[in-house]
Each structure stands twice: as structure tokens, then as C-alpha cells.
Design a protein around this ligand. Structure first.
Ligand code: ZN
Length: 482
């Protein structure tokens, strides 16, 4: 029997408290209390909105964007002039982490405030979001918002319940080229209600036909060296793009090949250059969106959240794509522009989790966070009234516990890995053998978190409810492999 009783939950919460855990176990009450007390800005005006004058809310997920490939996060290339400009109007969270498990559970966490262990919607479970859960769209709809979601498809589809609470939900897109015109048409419809718009784009994600990252010209080749001489042109061994990379990841996991030999350093750089072209393209379209919002008078007052569901690896830890749980994949950009540019340009160093976004949005618009939400509003951190989390749990197999100083990675059949992220931010030197006490303490903390998160669904075949067309697309993106 896998379900945990309320008694177990209480035990877990108590254990968490003993271990110095924080919002992950029992934050719902604190988030609700915070929502009832509007935070004040330096000039004395409230950051949160009283009901009746709610701000436009726009949440944008730029799928597969690595935090450290964004200029505002310190990247040396000028990949993101528009995001960097936006960051000057926003609060930048320097240590934001996805909830883990890839695109599907991360987006469900974004839109429910629940970690994957609680919402249960993962590729492995094949489960659909239970209708009893309250989504961000439902919570905003309940206080008078009109709501629309336009996604790039892939895993962000109605099959898993992503449409729940949206007046309009369109999962027929791929990138900004498709979703931007539709979103702007929806915004332009006469309607007195404030809008909640959710946008998701796969423009940065690896491609499945020709090149592993295939942005439109002139962005695609912007950083590709004129004298690139690698033999890899997107295809090799009768496979191309995502299909090749996913297959070679599998062979590398089985020990059949070493990807650092299969691809030359120049070829890996080539792929990174192509990826950065996709980031630059996406940034340009993001800039168009921001300009369109300004033209419509929907920028200044708006609450705008920009986030990604995961990053991408270029052999930093031996593989490609986003299958592992090291920081290049689980640390994500998170920018929150508060209405009227409150706290504009500030940087927050505290650890933050994907599940904190929903309570943050609801606090800013001045409504209660639904019961059972596990995430906690980030506003008290922004206002200097809370130090934030002492750790973030990243779901998956393996799974990760990240504190400011340590990264513990724990698999089912593999020895734990421990990294000193102060001295070794790239997680290159496993110190588990020399720091057993740290491994032990973090493992107990991780166990307590898992006890507090009940998986709600029986497992079933994730392909069962998918059309052949969707299965093809997911496989081409590198998913649904055995
Ligand atoms: Zn994704």
C-alpha cells in the first residue's frame, strides 16, 4: 500500500521541523496568512491589489531555457537583450529550481503550486490532474479573470488536464510564431475582465528533423563559427536531431559509447551555438510580446512571470538534452515583474521552487491560495520579511536535495552523490565518501519530504491515451523512450 495516512503526514511534518526544513512541508497556512496581509512597498503603497482592481497576469514558460545562458544571469553572449531589459523592470530570482521530472510535471507544478509527488502528473504515471485540484486559471477565474492558455504542445496538452480552468486553451502551437498572433487576438477581444494569459513555447527546445536546435535565420547561425569543420551536421548513424541525441544518451547510459568521444568538442560547441541561436530567436519574439503589451496598456500594471521548466545539458555530466538532475538542467530563470514595477531590478538570492509561483501570483492579485497548495509566496522574501527556503527538493529518479551549500543526488540503485556547491558550483567532484555526515543529514531530510508527498494515482501506461500523432511528436522530442 503506497498511500500515506494523515498520521504519517504529521510525523513527516514534525520530522521536517526537527531537521530545519521549511515551507516544503507545511507552507499552505503561512502562504494563506501572507495573502491576507498585503505587503507594502517602500513608498507605503501595497504591492498586492485589493479586489476590484486586479492586474493583468501573464505567465510565460520558455521551455528548455538554461538560467546561465541568459544575459541577466551572467551569460557572456548577448543572447537575451529583451529578457535583460525586462529583468530591469522585474525581480530576478538567482537560485530558482524546477520541480523536476521534465516538461510535464514541471508545468503541472507551475499551474497548481503542487510538487510532482503531490499532483502525480508525470510521464511515468500517465495520470491526469484530478479535477478536485484548483489550478491557477481556476483560482484567477474565480475572482473575475478571463483566462487563456496557448502552448507549444509537446507535453503541455489537455491530455493531462492542463486546460483545467481556462476559458480558452489552445495546445496546437509549437513556438511564438503560432501562439503570439492567437494570444494577441485573444487579448484584443473586448472584455471588461482582467486577463490571465499563460504562454508556453518550445522555440528553444531541441528539434526532431534536421538540426538538434533549428531556430529561424538569422538567429540559428549567429554564433556558429564560420570555419566550423565538424562532420556532425545534425545527423549521424541514420538518425537526426533529437532522435539521435536521445538514442546516444541511451547508449551512453548503457556504457556502450562515450559521448565525449562520439562528438568532438567542436561538435558539442556547434550544438551549444545552435542552442544559443534559439535562445536569441525566442528573446526577439519575447520582445515583440512585451512591445505588444505596452501598446495595449497591459504592461505597466501587469504581473508578468517568466520562467522555464528545465535547462539543457551539453555533456557537462556526460549526456545531452535534459535527462539528468544537475544544476544546468534544474536551475531555471525566474523573473517576476510586479505591478507598477515594484522592486524593479532587484535580485533575490534565496532558494526558490517552481511551486512557489502560484501562491506568489495569487498573493499579488490579492486572493487566497487554495487549500493544500504546497508552494509558498515569494513576496515575503522580496519584501525582506522571510529568508526563504533552506532547501529545494527536485523530484525524479534520481532525485535531488539542493541547499545553498550542498547538492545531494540520490538514485534507486546508485550510490549517493554529494557536491559542495560553494567550492564546486559545477557539481564536478563527488564528495559523498568524505562527507558521510552531510550525506546522512540531507538523506534524512529528503526522506521526510517524500513522506509528506503522497502519490495519488495508480500507475498506468503513459502511451495509453495518446493519439499516434502525439506519440510521434513526443518520441521525436526525445521522450517516451523505454
Ligand atoms: Zn520542457
Amino acid at each position: 500500500m503506497s498511500a500515506l495516512t494523515p498520521g504519517w503526514l504529521a510525523v513527516a511534518a514534525g520530522l521536517m521541523a526537527l531537521l530545519g526544513g521549511d515551507a516544503t512541508a507545511t507552507p499552505a497556512a503561512s502562504a494563506g496568512e501572507a495573502a491576507a496581509t498585503p505587503m507594502e512597498r517602500a513608498d507605503g503603497s501595497p504591492t498586492t491589489k485589493p479586489s476590484g482592481e486586479r492586474p493583468p497576469v501573464i505567465v510565460i514558460s520558455l521551455d528548455t531555457l538554461r538560467a546561465d545562458h541568459v544575459g541577466a544571469y551572467g551569460y557572456e553572449r548577448d543572447t537575451t537583450p529583451n529578457l535583460d531589459s525586462f529583468a530591469r523592470d522585474a525581480v530576478l530570482f538567482q537560485r530558482a529550481f524546477t520541480s523536476g521530472g521534465g516538461t510535464l510535471p514541471a508545468h503541472m507544478t507551475l499551474l497548481t503550486g503542487l510538487p510532482p509527488g503531490v499532483h502525480g502528473v508525470t510521464a511515468q504515471s500517465g495520470a491526469v490532474l484530478p479535477q478536485g485540484r484548483v489550478t491557477l486559471a481556476e483560482a484567477l477565474g474565480n475572482v473575475g479573470y478571463r483566462t487563456a492558455g496557448f502552448t507549444g504542445a509537446g507535453y503541455v496538452r489537455r491530455q493531462w488536464g492542463f486546460q483545467q480552468g481556462f476559458d480558452r486553451f489552445d495546445d496546437e502551437g509549437r513556438g511564438f510564431e503560432q501562439i503570439l498572433p492567437k494570444a494577441l487576438r485573444w487579448l484584443d477581444r473586448p472584455d471588461p475582465r482582467p486577463p490571465f494569459l499563460f504562454l508556453h513555447t518550445l522555440d528553444i527546445h531541441s528539434d526532431w528533423e534536421r538540426l538538434p536546435y533549428d531556430a529561424p535565420a538569422p538567429y540559428r547561425d549567429r554564433w556558429v563559427a564560420d570555419d566550423y569543420s565538424g562532420s556532425f551536421d545534425g545527423c549521424r548513424d541514420d538518425l537526426c536531431a533529437s532522435k539521435l541525441l536521445a538514442e546516444m544518451n541511451q547508449r551512453a547510459r548503457r556504457g556502450e559509447i562515450d559521448l565525449a568521444s562520439y562528438f568532438t568538442p567542436e561538435e558539442v560547441s556547434y550544438m551549444r551555438d545552435l542552442y544559443d541561436g534559439g535562445v536569441a530567436y525566442t528573446d526577439a519574439r519575447f520582445g515583440e510580446l512585451m512591445a505588444a503589451l505596452r501598446e495595449r496598456g497591459l504592461y505597466e500594471d501587469a504581473l508578468i512571470v517568466v520562467v522555464s521548466d528545465h535547462g539543457e545539458e551539453f555533456l557537462e555530466h556526460g549526456l545531452m538534452l535534459h535527462e539528468q538532475i544537475y544544476d544546468e538542467i534544474v536551475r531555471v530563470p525566474l523573473l517576476v515583474k510586479l505591478p507598477n514595477d515594484a522592486h524593479a531590478g532587484e535580485r533575490v538570492d534565496a532558494l526558490t521552487a517552481m511551486m512557489d509561483i502560484l501562491p506568489t501570483v495569487l498573493e499579488v492579485v490579492g486572493t487566497e491560495t487554495p487549500a493544500g497548495v504546497v508552494g509558498a509566496s515569494l513576496l515575503p522574501i522580496v519584501e525582506g520579511q522571510s529568508p526563504g527556503r533552506s532547501f529545494v527538493y527536485v523530484w525524479g529518479i534520481p532525485e535531488k536535495l539542493r541547499t545553498r551549500d550542498w547538492s545531494l543526488i540520490r538514485g534507486e540503485d546508485t550510490p549517493p552523490e554529494l557536491y559542495d556547491t560553494v567550492r564546486d558550483p559545477s557539481e564536478k567532484t563527488n564528495v559523498a565518501a568524505t562527507r558521510p555526515a552531510v550525506v546522512h543529514a540531507l538523506s534524512r531530510q529528503l526522506d521526510a519530504i517524500k513522506l509528506s508527498q503522497t502519490p495519488p494515482h495508480p500507475k498506468k501506461n503513459p502511451k495509453a491515451d495518446l493519439s499516434p500523432q502525439v506519440v510521434d511528436q513526443l518520441e521525436a522530442l526525445g521522450y517516451l523512450r523505454e
